[in-house]
Design a protein. Structure first.
Lengths: 297, 351
């Protein structure tokens, strides 16, 4: 009797609790509604509309906008887009990791100063930074003039209007996106682990590779994803520093607008890039588990 | 005079407001009194306003409203809407030819097409040129001190003229220049032998330091010394020369390019638009454009009016003296082949 009674009571409580939890969720959802609505209106709806347009040609529904992409020109562009994104990401990691490591070891005040320097480029527009690289790297630019005055070179080096210049400019733009997640991950690694490793007899190099590096991996992956994905869609820097020799996918989008003056032709390219990017993210999440990155505490 | 026009326009405007209340049919008449012209923005349209629009307003007693176009996509959208709000639109010559091919334009009055002084290569059934500029050969004058380049073949002559080049990131102009450099006479270019052109272009591909994507970029790389020789719009090179840069330019073998008027299909004011085109195509009106901007009139007779001084005419691609050294880009050829050849060109630059 009493047991049945108490069971019924728990049931009631459980239902009430469940209802209250559901209400709470609804309330939270309603708070999120403006943001969701905004994203829906300014991001998802136009994206859906553009994707739809890519299947529309002069005579109704068509795959013509996609069939065109089979031309070898687009394949080369796709390859060079991934190649550039890959090289930029790799260099950003090579430069960013030591910097983030050093910063994470510094006193808070010094670290703040370094981080300020890392963020400093964001204070000037992308266009200004890109033109600054032109001034530095061009044939009669600062670098070539110095090298020539020092007698190190006879002929000016081709530092810009090619793959090299584009890579330099893009690494500059992308480096903060690598350093910041790395720093955040490294900051959360307790120095106690390294001390423990040392006290157990690990030399510093071994402690670093076997204890510190594995724990910084989530930051590394976050940085790699952000830099790689942003690089895939880059436009301004390759367009200005590539001299027309580095063809990025985004430049083909512009080309489609210029030549076909038609949203469908351009949006097909956009859809392909979007699918590629989602594909890359999916691949990474399969390899390392993207959820573990987000839910890490 | 301008005041008078404004007042007149105001009166007409008031009439338009009152008319529907009185009698429906007069409103169409009142509406006829504004004409919307869409053209490229900035200094370009400002010059057109001063040289041409003011004259049209005065003569027809109308008000011209200005809008900005960025190319053929706008016109397509206007026509697709069923009731274009632009009555008269400025386009590049092969933009005009493409739209004509697509049937997006009103055919022009035969009277307009018969206007004397505008050559057949500068008009179609539904477009007529109003401005002329050119793709020309320019170079760093400090680099080539003694012997100056004078023809497209010199761009390919790396022995006499060593150094780097810039050309446009587009097949348009480059294929023509390559064929001329390979010995094809200017009047036998079209239809282009594209295989031969790309083969010739390949010879100097390594020396093309920059494939320029904008007029500003072509001028900047020439000025900064990144390139020694350029296929460049004449106005861009001449601006550099005006600023004191050591730059040389020849009109020899120049590729003449034009911008043109078109009327979107279905324009309710096409008759008024035709009248405006007729006025703006007259030699004495055409000539005025050279007073306000560094572009030449399309009507060759404009140079006989005395409005354009000889020293200004010498710097304009379409002056009789310069025009005969070059040829007019075939708008219809590019209207038909731009997409395929651009793909081919993009493959060429990436290989």
């Amino acid at each position: 009797m009493t047991m049945a009674h108490s069971e019924a009571g728990t049931d009631l409580n459980a239902t009430a609790l469940e209802r209250s939890a559901r209400n709470e969720q609804l309330r939270l959802l309603s708070l999120c509604a403006p943001a969701l609505l905004l994203i829906g209106i300014v991001a998802l709806a136009p994206m859906g509309w553009l994707s739809g347009l890519s299947f529309v040609g002069k005579d109704g529904l068509t795959f013509a906008n996609y069939e065109r992409l089979l031309h070898p020109s687009y394949q080369l562009t796709l390859m060079s887009t991934f190649q550039l994104a890959f090289v930029v990401t790799a260099i950003c990691l090579a430069l960013g990791y030591p910097l983030a490591y050093l910063t994470a070891q510094m006193r808070p005040r010094a670290a703040g100063l370094v981080l300020l320097c890392v963020l400093f480029p964001f204070w000037t527009s992308l266009l200004v930074r890109t033109y600054a690289w032109l001034v530095i790297l061009q044939r009669k630019g600062i670098v070539n003039t110095w090298l020539e005055n020092l007698g190190l070179i006879d002929e000016p080096l081709r530092l810009v209007y090619n793959f090299t210049g584009t890579t330099i400019g893009m690494v500059h733009v992308m480096l903060p996106f690598m350093v910041l997640p790395l720093y955040a991950a490294m900051k959360s690694i307790s120095p106690d682990y390294l001390q423990a490793a040392a006290s157990l007899g690990a030399p510093p190099v071994k402690a670093f590779w076997q204890v510190f590096v594995p724990q910084s991996i989530p930051g590394v992956i976050a940085g790699l994803i952000v830099v790689f994905v942003l690089s895939l869609g880059f436009y301004v820097t390759p367009a200005l520093l590539g001299g027309g020799k580095v063809m990025m996918w985004s430049m083909q989008v512009e080309r489609a607008m210029e030549v076909y003056a038609d949203w469908g032709a351009a949006s097909a390219l956009g859809v392909v890039l979007l699918v590629m990017t989602i594909g890359v993210l999916w691949l990474i999440s399969r390899l390392v588990g993207i959820g573990s990155l987000i839910e890490r505490d | 005079m301008k005041h008078l026009t404004r007042r007149k326009a105001l009166a007409v405007g008031a009439g338009a407001l009152a008319a529907p209340a009185v009698i429906g049919s007069t409103s169409a008449l009142a509406q006829q009194q504004t004409l919307t012209i869409s053209s490229w923005g900035g200094a370009y349209r400002k010059a057109q306003r001063q040289a041409w629009f003011d004259v049209v307003e005065k003569e027809l007693g109308i008000t011209i409203k200005e809008e900005t176009t960025s190319g053929i996509a706008d016109v397509r959208a206007q026509v697709a809407s069923g009731r274009p709000t632009w009555d008269l639109v400025q386009q590049g010559n092969y933009g005009g030819a493409i739209l004509e091919k697509e049937g997006k334009l009103e055919k022009l009055d035969p009277a307009i097409l018969k206007i004397e002084g505008i050559p057949a290569s500068m008009k179609g059934e539904a477009w007529i040129s109003n401005l002329v500029y050119a793709a020309t050969l320019a170079w760093n004058d400090a680099k080539y001190k003694d012997k100056k380049p004078e023809k497209w073949a010199d761009m390919w002559d790396l022995k006499s003229f060593p150094g780097s080049r810039t050309m446009r990131r587009s097949p348009v102009y480059n294929l023509e220049a390559a064929l001329i450099a390979d010995g094809v006479p200017m009047d036998k270019l079209y239809p282009l032998d594209t295989e031969r052109a790309f083969k010739k272009l390949k010879e100097i591909k390594r020396n093309v330091a920059v494939w320029w994507a904008s007029g500003a970029q072509s001028a900047q790389v020439l000025k900064d010394g990144d390139v020694d020789m350029a296929l460049i719009w004449n106005g861009r090179a001449q601006d550099l020369m005006k600023d004191g840069a050591k730059v040389g330019l020849t009109f020899n073998q120049q590729i003449l390019l034009t911008d043109c008027w078109i009327i979107p299909k279905g324009s309710p004011k096409k008759d008024l638009a035709m009248k405006a085109i007729e006025i703006m195509s007259r030699p004495e009106v055409q000539a005025r454009i050279a007073l306000y901007i560094n572009y030449g009139p399309a009507n060759a007779k404009a140079f006989d009016t005395g409005v354009i001084k000889p020293e200004i005419a010498a710097a304009l691609p379409s002056s009789p003296e310069n025009a005969k050294k070059g040829f007019v880009l075939d708008a219809n050829y590019w209207a038909a082949n731009l997409d395929k050849l651009t793909e081919k060109f993009d493959l060429f630059t990436q290989e």
